[in-house]
Design a protein around this ligand. Structure first.
Ligand code: ATP
Length: 423
């Protein structure tokens, strides 16, 4: 074995309740994690001893152990250290409290806890969701993950909100299995771009989840974990209170920010339990460009897969065969609106889009609605295609699609989200 290779093998002995944190930053780098002895978990998913878990550029990982363990890392990490102070015990207590409520719901055949996780950016909201879902599913529960973070979500592509029934722990490298998620197209990377539409979709998703829970006793007792956006001030705060109302949440876990915690204690009805939790010191802050890269990686994963490669199709679609719309016309002052309409109505209006170079690199949502007569905005979407070329002479566009041609005879909804296909 060469010396260079040896230098890239690190072994860590972890005491109980400790956490090994590492990051892979260099381009095209790969780090393999292996549990040599003891027991350990990554964000609530148990590691299998002797199995190599592969992490690629951009990964920021924590391996936590309750009992103590030995871990080996092979490959170049940019950061790697063991931390003794973590709030994981407090997170486990939160899980135990939720589990009590699930037990109660099970015996009474009622709804289990609907929990919302809030906090500013980069405090570990998504990670806490994952941990709580993993712990629940490891106890035999079937909780629902609702992801309202349109910028850095875990379901489908950026610019959407959605829900997923969690039936097994998240895969260590890839996260939760994306079988049959319920997805709504919003089309922007921040809720502030069109708050009227965002709130409308949140209400719709809440309604559908509530119906589905009533039809599935196990999911109903297991409850819901809701991940939210890190936009918590002003209209962002109002947006959070709307989520709480729409989903009729029972518990709000506030990560890191006492101000937000106090505001929620003040404004929520008394039957909503608001709990403050400290953030994990290991959560990594991400710059604007890191966020943009993460969004890009998410879209690439949607089309090409991560560990298990996917093989998307590429084909031409004639403009005359596509019905493309976007949601929301430019806001006009109320005085310019037709009688009886508010300016806000414009923001949730379906507007026909003339196909042309304006579509290039954009994602298009494939709606389940077949025509404009249906409630297109409140219909969920089947999936996404990406426009990789526009040919004005032939009046057609080339799309990248998870499904083979032809595109279903449905409506396509234009998203702000763009993706440059470099394959
Ligand atoms: P956002 O502002 O995008 O909503 P967030 O609050 O949801 O962010 P996360 O996405 O959970 O934050 O975490 C940010 C990053 O930190 C992720 O890449 C995650 O893998 C990493 N991370 C979380 N917890 C730890 C930890 N204990 N040690 C090391 N890295 C961590």
């Amino acid at each position: 074995m060469s010396e260079e290779r040896d230098a890239n093998i690190q072994e860590f002995k972890l005491e109980p309740d400790c956490e090994l944190r590492f990051e892979v930053e260099s381009k095209n780098e790969k780090v393999i994690l292996e549990l040599k002895s003891g027991m350990a978990e990554v964000f609530g998913t148990e590691l299998v001893k002797g199995k190599g878990y592969v992490f690629t550029t951009g990964a920021k990982v924590a391996v936590f152990t309750w009992q103590g363990c030995v871990i080996e890392l092979r490959g170049k990490t940019d950061v790697s250290y063991v931390a003794k102070e973590t709030p994981v015990v407090m997170y486990l207590n939160a899980h135990a409290a939720l589990e009590q409520l699930r037990k109660k719901a099970e015996t009474e055949n009622s709804r289990g806890p609907v929990t919302m996780i809030v906090g500013p950016m980069d405090v570990g909201k998504s990670t806490l969701c994952r941990l709580l879902l993993n712990y629940a599913v490891r106890m035999g529960r079937r909780p629902i993950l609702v992801d309202l973070d349109v910028g850095q979500g875990q379901i489908s592509v950026p610019g959407t909100i959605g829900a997923l029934l969690v039936e097994r722990p998240a895969a260590v490298e890839e996260g939760f299995s994306q079988q049959a998620p319920l997805v709504y197209h919003y089309g922007h990377k921040s809720p502030s771009t069109n708050l009227a539409l965002y709130n409308m979709l949140v209400s719709r998703l809440a309604e559908v989840i509530s119906e589905r829970m009533q039809a599935n006793r196990k999911a109903n007792a297991s409850g819901v974990i809701i991940n939210t956006c890190g936009w918590v001030k002003g209209d962002g705060y109002k947006q959070l209170t709307h989520v709480a109302q729409a989903f009729e949440v029972d518990i709000i876990l506030v990560l890191d920010q006492e101000r937000l915690y106090n505001e929620l204690v003040r404004d929520m009805p008394t039957f909503v339990k608001v709990v403050f939790l400290p953030k994990n010191g290991g959560v990594v802050e991400r710059s604007q460009s890191a966020r943009a890269e993460a969004r890009d990686a998410r879209v690439r994963e949607y089309f090409y897969g991560l560990r298990t490669p996917l093989y998307p199709h590429s084909f031409d679609v004639r403009f005359s065969d596509a019905k493309i719309y976007k949601i929301g016309a430019p806001a006009l002052p109320d005085s310019c609106m037709p009688l009886g309409m508010k300016a806000e109505d414009n923001l949730t209006k379906l507007v026909a889009v003339t196909p042309g170079p304006n579509l290039l690199h954009h994602l298009l949502a494939v709606s389940f609605a077949a025509s404009v007569e249906e409630d297109v905005i409140q219909s969920n979407v089947a999936g996404f295609v990406c426009v990789t070329n526009v040919d004005m002479e032939r009046q057609s566009m080339t799309v990248l699609s998870p499904q083979p041609r032809p595109l279903p005879k449905t409506l396509l909804l234009l998203s702000d989200i763009q993706f440059m296909d470099s394959h």
